[in-house]
Ligand binder design. Structure first.
Ligand code: SF4
Length: 363
């Protein structure tokens, strides 16, 4: 979802990074009692250094909810993350996204209308009461609400296999969105056969499948993907294997199954950080995830050799829209008592989405 970002004061455009940093630090001090700045692991350093808390999207949203004495939550991430934080935080807390254009292309690949339409088509060929919808946390609040209303759950990249197992204990099939690859990697890890996995092409009737294939399927996967993790491929894995036999390859499960199959390990951002940080000095790693995180790992672990799996910069360009000047613009306004760029989820949607989030926490 791309929202309209108002033009910020032009004076901020001409300031050097040092001046912006000084002014952000001063504003942070002024607002200390009221302010919580959250930064996702993929955030650039010039913003990340101002974080009160860093983490993946769900960890940050839960932390915001726990800090209920902080009325201003500045979320340096993307739109769906700020929505999740708004759902979990209290009415006394405003969740703010410094640049409204910071969306997630993957989340935008599954809209409420498209998913509702697909559900209707499925209902024409199979019993949808036996399908459990599961959405990756990287999805809009409207999609989480859709899932919550139909007995389904949210999942993250670290618990997707557990949530799929839970879903298949309750129904015959899982309808998984928006990330095809997290869905496929999790389904394969659970031993679901390739012929029981179908891809739902969002532009075609029945997702481009025959009714028989849908009836046979255990996992129906929406054909969304992460534009960052799709940049890693099997040739990158081969390149590192040929270059260095001692290197360990770890990738995020949003990568294709081909990439995962060639890697030594896979895991969420938090698990990648843990694996690299706890490895012995001298360890060598090629990491398949967003470049800001890989560069940070390399800087924080000088006793290890850490590379990006791809020779190209795999950057989350929407997250990158959160720049120091936008953060300062938000803080300048908060000091004046003005809340800009607040992200709010309407109460009906929030209630249903929270059901789906709570189910995940129970699983
Ligand atoms: S890294 Fe991928 S999934 Fe995460 S916010 Fe960016 S585009 Fe979306």
């Amino acid at each position: 979802m791309v929202l309209q970002q108002v033009d910020i004061r032009s004076e901020l455009y001409s300031q050097s990074e040092d001046i912006l940093a000084e002014r952000i630090a001063a504003r942070k001090k002024e607002l200390a009692e009221k302010l919580l700045i959250l930064c996702h692991h993929y955030q650039q350093e010039s913003v990340y250094k101002f974080a009160d808390m860093t983490g993946d999207s769900l960890k940050l949203a839960k932390h915001a909810a726990a800090c209920n004495d902080k009325p201003y939550i500045v979320f340096c991430g993307v739109h769906f993350m700020a929505e999740s934080a708004d759902i979990l935080t209290g009415d006394n807390q405003a969740v703010i996204l410094p640049d409204l254009r910071a969306g997630c292309p993957m989340a935008d690949m599954a809209t409420f209308d498209e998913v509702s339409w697909a559900w209707k088509e499925l209902n024409g060929v199979t019993d949808v009461d036996r399908i459990i919808p599961v959405t990756y946390v990287n999805s809009s609040a409207a999609i989480k609400a859709f899932v919550g209303e139909r007995g389904g759950s949210v999942c993250t990249s670290s618990n997707a296999e557990r949530v799929l197992t839970w879903a298949l204990e309750r129904g015959e099939k899982v309808f998984f969105f928006p990330d095809e690859h997290l869905g496929r990697n999790s389904a394969i890890a659970l031993g679901i056969k390739p012929e029981e996995i179908v891809l739902w092409n969002r532009d075609e009737y029945l997702g481009g499948n025959k009714a028989e294939a849908i009836k046979r399927a255990k996992a129906i996967l929406w054909n969304g993907y992460c534009t960052v993790h799709m940049q890693f491929n099997a040739a990158h894995v081969r390149m590192w294997r040929e270059r260095d036999q001692d290197i360990r390859i770890m990738v995020h499960p949003e990568c294709t199954h081909e990439v995962l199959a060639g890697a030594d390990l896979y895991g969420s951002t938090e698990n990648i950080i843990k694996a690299v940080s706890s490895s012995p000095p001298g360890s060598k790693w090629a990491i398949g995830t967003e470049i800001n995180l890989v560069n940070r790992l390399a800087r924080l672990n000088p006793d290890k050799e850490i590379h990006s799996l791809s020779p190209f910069q795999c950057l989350c360009s929407t997250m990158y829209r959160i720049k120091p000047k936008y953060l300062l613009w938000i803080l300048d306004n908060l000091v004046k008592g003005e809340v800009r760029n607040q992200i709010t989820v309407d109460p009906d949607t929030a209630k249903l989405a929270k059901i789906a989030l709570d189910r995940m926490l129970e699983i």
